[in-house]
Design a protein around this ligand. Structure first.
Ligand code: C2E
Ligand code: MG
Ligand code: MG
Ligand code: MG
Length: 289
């Protein structure tokens, strides 16, 4: 007998889970074919200059009966399956399509997309990425950023590092998402050629209350400077968070305090009316040097 299926003890709970997983995947595949997925875009801003520097594309399932479903409700089923590759390619394609539209409208900002480890580890990932970029010659590849999580990056640091280097030659950039939430050692970070670190939102959220979280945020900011990486704070919910981050020399931010993720059509109007001085009012003016 080979290693697979060595244990044949019937386990009803396992059987139920396998069935649920199977049904969920079938439903997601159907939804993808039916065009039920949407990308929402959440602005990333420079709090010091008040400029909108980019946006993160976040997937939503516009379910005909249940309405808008967040990724936490369906992505877990997809992770580690080949459907994550198909879905991931759809996301990149859709983001490039949107970048092309924004180019036409004179909005030259970056779009970041989230990539699973399983997708990234495909041997032809860089080649497929190149093909997708080639479909949109009007989009400068540097406007596409790929976000990978710390745990994804650690699956095989050598392979991932080479892959990032390869994709860099295509012009795209990389962000290390949810930084601090995983288990990476500093050695790993040094070996990983990512362009920007995203401080995990759990630390940002609690940093004003919890000195330990504050220490982690401060640590990630100085680490990024030491290693010559940029840094952005996620989960910036209040002006107080923004102010404190600015004081610690973290200028880039993303969070509900700036804007929630929004449909693509809402983004350009939002950029046009975005006025950091009004939005963050008193908190801001002191900080603008
Ligand atoms: P993430 O990449 O860390 O994205 C940030 C998440 O935090 C988003 O949730 C966003 O809506 C939320 N968020 C942003 N600012 C704030 C804030 O100030 N406060 C709070 N409480 N939350 C904030 P969302 O859209 O539900 O996505 C959750 C996760 O699902 C993402 O975390 C990412 O890991 C994954 N995801 C989303 N879209 C995609 C995708 O297209 N592909 C893949 N592979 N994963 C995706
Ligand atoms: Mg992300
Ligand atoms: Mg994150
Ligand atoms: Mg996350």
């Amino acid at each position: 007998l080979s290693g697979k299926n060595r244990y044949h003890v019937f386990d009803p709970e396992h059987d139920r889970q396998a069935r649920a997983q199977h049904e969920a995947l079938a439903a997601i595949k159907y939804a993808l074919d039916q065009g039920q997925f949407r990308l929402y875009y959440q602005p990333k801003v420079n709090m010091r200059s008040g400029k909108v520097i980019g946006s993160e594309a976040l997937i939503r399932w516009l379910h005909p009966e249940d309405g808008l479903r967040p990724p936490a409700e369906f992505l877990p089923y997809v992770e580690d399956t080949d459907l994550s590759i198909e879905l991931g390619e759809w996301v990149i394609h859709e983001a490039l399509k949107q970048l092309a539209r924004w180019q036409e409208e004179g909005l030259g900002i970056q779009v970041s997309v989230n990539i699973t480890a399983h997708h990234l580890m495909q041997p032809d990932f860089a080649q497929r990425l190149k093909e997708l970029l080639d479909e949109f010659p009007q989009v400068p590849p540097r406007l596409l950023e790929l976000e990978i999580t710390e745990s994804a990056a650690l699956e095989d640091i050598g392979v991932i590092s080479d892959l990032i280097d390869h994709c860099h030659t295509l012009g795209v950039t990389f962000a290390l998402d949810d930084f601090g939430a995983g288990y990476s050692s500093l050695t790993y970070l040094r070996r990983l050629p990512v362009d920007i670190l995203k401080i995990d939102q759990s630390f940002v959220r609690d940093m004003l209350l919890d000195p330990n979280d504050m220490a982690i945020v401060a640590g990630v900011i100085s680490l990024s400077l030491e290693f010559g990486r940029r840094v952005i704070a996620e989960g910036v919910e209040t002006a107080e968070h923004g102010m404190k981050l600015l004081a610690m020399n973290c200028e880039l931010a993303q969070g509900y305090g700036i804007a929630r993720p929004m449909p693509a059509e809402a983004f350009l109007p939002w950029v046009k009316t975005f006025n950091p001085d009004a939005r963050w009012a008193e908190a801001y003016t002191d900080m603008l040097i």
